[in-house]
Write a protein that binds this ligand. Sequence first.
Ligand code: IMP
Ligand code: MG
Length: 236
Amino acid sequence: MLIPDGRIMKQRIIYENVIKVPPNGLVLPDGTTEVVSSNIKDRIRHVLIPEQCIRKRVSALARQVCRDYAEAKGLDLVVILKGALVFASDLGREIYRHNGPEVRYHLIRSHAYGRQIKEAGETEREVKIESMPGDITANDVLLLEDIVDQGFTLSKIKQRLIEQGVSSLRICTLLNKTLDRPSAEAKRLRTGLILDYVGFEIPDKWIAGYGIDAGEDLRYLPFIVAVQEDYYLNKS
Ligand code: IMP
Ligand code: MG
């Protein structure tokens, strides 16, 4: 049902499928969204994905993982820090709740942007990887990422895991950005990346929350917001 200002009321979201997030963000079934504390209002534009929507979608992703790994004895979750920290901890517990395989956590630290937010028109980026996991080659590996943007980070880590000789590798990302103007390099990288599980398709905006930072800020938010870019650009 549409109300005069165009907001969608009582929208029904089917959590089993990847969810395409509209530019103004998802609203809850009663048309409301999160209440945002006044001290962060100047840093954000609006809420993009409310906590309840994240929870339901993470649970649905866990069900998909449990179905696909029904025969597996265990599952090695390789978590790309810091951004995927919160997602990975929730997903692991949801996999347990849905009687899935026993998971083990391996943490990788990758640095893509440093403390800055992305430069416009960037065509390549150095991705530094610390502490690749040790002996996981005989196991089923699920690589967990917070957000795929240009594809640099996952392409590099996936390549490293393949070089290590992992026998079974799938990729799960909470968010996948639909790029407005992808560079030739981003197109190439993203074509080579098969994303086995995707939580939400999001518009090409700067986002933070639920583990994802804006210049190390806002990781603690239980929901995901579109960031007020000017605030951070002026700060740096
Ligand atoms: P990619 O390597 O270009 O795909 O970028 C992915 C990495 O950059 C992710 O692991 C994030 O840590 C970070 N990133 C991408 N987009 C955003 C964003 O909108 N906000 C915060 N971090 C982001
Ligand atoms: Mg990340």
